[in-house]
Each structure stands twice: as structure tokens, then as C-alpha cells.
Design a protein around this ligand. Sequence first.
Ligand code: PDD
Length: 285
Amino acid sequence: MSIVYLNGEFLPMEEARISPMDRGFLFGDGIYEVIPSYAGRTVGLAPHLQRLQEGLSAIGMAMPPLDWSGLIEALIERNGRGNLGVYIHVSRGTDARRFHAYPDPAVVPATVYAFTFEIAAEPVADPRRAKAYRVALSEDKRWRRCHIKSTALLGNVMHFQEGYGAGLDETILHNSDGLITEASACNVFVVNAGKIATPPLDSQLLPGITRQLLLDILRRDGRLPVEERAITLAQLEGADEVWLTSSSKEIAPVIEIAGKPVGNGHIGPYWRQAQTLFSQHKYDY
Ligand code: PDD
């Protein structure tokens, strides 16, 4: 049985109730996080909570004053400490009327909901055991504030479905200038002639925590050159390797984009090095 947290209480998921007047439901007015945890150890807890706070601040909300790490730890314990994603959702609360303007938080407090879900076992840097991703490619039609981890995910959902509906695993997105932004629920890295690159942060993409950790781990290690720079469609299509990063996948190798092989169509050697380093250092954060 799954135990969830809702507004101060731990209870079985089946018993969790919120009002249909909640602004999260009516407007998608909220911020969320997904934090991975393996056998009770979280990856990147501090940067995830930092991003939650920044997202709330970007939409004019304060971080609810809770013992966040205690809450997350308790939820992991109550759900068996396995391979878990911890989902946290803070919405602008339940108002009595549907009115677009932000309500007074002293009158309408935030709704805080958290649950865990099973994720795959910790990825290992073994091409024979890794899942190789085949993805679609599409123009990014989401809003212009993609750096905010908003619960209003319809744009992402529609882009994900473009790939998924065609039997693929994800959809990589490019803007109208032909520059790669990210994927519908992951960041994107490419490797060209031994150089690793990922698009720079701006309002067109989410500042992914896996992206941030991977950049930091690669830079500290210093053996593989890595840069944040614009990536064109041609550079994506001509890349030797393409990876997707997210909290539940870590570094996922892409072997096919829009029906065309990436590099030689097999998981590449740089992926193995990057995933090895990530596995070694991810608990440092
Ligand atoms: N997705 N870009 C988008 C649009 C995302 O939704 C995500 C995460 C990422 C990767 O971010 P991180 O490394 O912090 O997980 C990039 C989560 C896991 C989700 O929506 O389920």
C-alpha cells in the first residue's frame, strides 16, 4: 500500500482527498519536484529543494515552512526504501471561487502533496544492460517559461505523446531557430568529436538537476571536455552520441532520432564513461 503525504498528514493514497477547487487542479497553478532515492539514499536532495524554492518564488509563492528533508525521509521509510521517485507538489491552494488573481496566502494556504513511485534500479554503465532510447524530433511548442517546473505540463505531455504514440521513448525538441532546447521530460547532451555539450540555461529549458550534477561531475573529473553551448539540429543529427538526462533515468543513451541512427547506432563509449562517473559521484550532492 502506498503512503502519501497531504497537508501535514501521512495516509494511504486511496484516502488522500483534495478539493476540485484547488488551483493546482483548475489552473495547473503549482510547482513540483521529482527526487530519486535508492535504498533510502536520495540523489541531489539539496539542489532539488533549492529548485523547488526558486520555482515557487518565480510564481510569487513562499516555500511552505516544513521540515522538507524529514518529510521526504519519512515518506521513503513508509514506502519501503526501495528504488523510489519522490514526487512533491505544491499548489496555490484551494480557493472558494475560480478567480485568476493570486489569493492572499494567509487566507488560502498552499496545498502540499507528496508520494513515491517505483523507478528502475540504479543504472549501471554497461551497454548490454542499459536501455537504448529511440526518440522523435519535434518543434518545441511549449510556453516561454520552461525554466519553471510548473505542474501545468500539458505542452510536455503532448510532446511526449508524439513520440510515445509512435512507439518511441521520448521526443527531443528544437526551437524555431533550429536550436535544441531539451526533451519533453529530460535534458539533452550531445557528443561531437569527443566534446560533450548541452544547451545553456535560459527560459527555454528546465535547469535539470541531473544535468547540473553531470556537468559538475565531468568538470571536476576533468578528463572529458564539456561545454554549455547552443546545439543546432545539424549538430544533433551529426552527433556521435546523444544522451537524455533526468532524475529517474540518470544518463540515457539515445541510438535513434526520427528513424535515423545516432553515430553508428549503438550505445557509445563516452556514455559509458559519463555514466560510470555519475554512478561514482551522484551521492556527493
Ligand atoms: N522530469 N526537462 C524537463 C522538461 C523535465 O520534466 C525534466 C524532469 C528534466 C530533467 O530534470 P531533472 O534532472 O531535474 O529530473 C528536464 C521529471 C523527472 C518528471 O517530470 O517526471
